[in-house]
Design a protein around this ligand. Structure first.
Ligand SMILES: Nc1nc2c(c(=O)[nH]1)N[C@H]1C(S)=C(S)[C@@H](COP(=O)(O)O)O[C@H]1N2
Ligand SMILES: [Mo]
Length: 199
């Protein structure tokens, strides 16, 4: 007699390999926001890179849309334990935004419209690892998911992917952002389960 169990036939090793410890797969796209969704008009939107008091770069929406953009397919992992595989986005690589920028800073504080912040090492935004994304699933990024544009850093827990991004501030110190100052991990690597400070 042959017993075939659902648990056995339903396993997809390739998928399991892509699921960090303690995460489960979902096809939904839950909305997780610490406050209300800010209404940001594209004709009033600006995005800047700052270093100290200096704005190194600043773009209007039209200027930003004229930058080279790329299609992005990535897995995303939320600290609340859901993961989605092969999510699709369009956006501008941070490498392109920071090209030719000279800085001694080793960290970035991402700042959002509405006041949210999150801290990251600068190197985690470079070498094709992070984008400012303005489309998801072939559509304009919905406001509740961070539209007009959000930071996308898929190799770290999703709270690092600041929605409604306003600026990237190059900073010398790794000062905690919003969730980090409330106990979330300063780095947030899902593969090392760095959920909370001390993990
Ligand atoms: N500006 C801003 N960005 C944010 C948040 C937020 O509250 N405000 N929440 C973070 C958290 S905790 C998560 S899990 C993801 C959720 O993104 P989503 O709502 O598109 O799923 O956004 C992150 N970026
Ligand atoms: Mo989150």
């Amino acid at each position: 007699m042959v017993h075939v169990t659902r648990g056995f036939t339903g396993r997809h090793p390739a998928t399991d390999d892509r699921l960090p410890p303690g995460q489960y797969l979902t096809d939904d796209f839950p909305v997780l926001s610490a406050g209300p969704t800010p209404a940001i008009r594209r004709d009033e939107w600006t995005f800047s890179v700052t270093d100290g008091d200096q704005a190194l770069r600043s773009w209007t929406w039209d200027e930003f849309m004229a930058l080279p953009s790329e299609d992005i397919t990535v897995d995303i992992h939320c600290v609340t334990r859901w993961s989605r595989l092969d999510t699709t986005w369009r956006g501008v690589a941070i490498d392109d935004l920071l090209a030719d920028v000279d800085t001694a800073a080793e960290y970035v504080l991402a700042r959002s419209y509405g006041g949210y912040t999150t801290n990251l090492p600068l190197e985690d935004l470079l070498d094709g690892k992070a984008w400012i994304a303005y489309e998801h699933d072939g559509e304009d990024l919905p406001a509740e998911h961070g539209g007009p544009a959000r930071l996308l850093v898929p190799h770290l827990y999703l709270w690092k992917s600041a929605k409604w991004i306003k600026s990237l501030d190059l900073v010398e110190d790794d000062d905690p952002g919003f969730w980090e100052s409330l106990g979330y991990h300063d780095y947030g690597d899902p593969w090392r389960e760095q959920r909370y400070q001390g993990d």
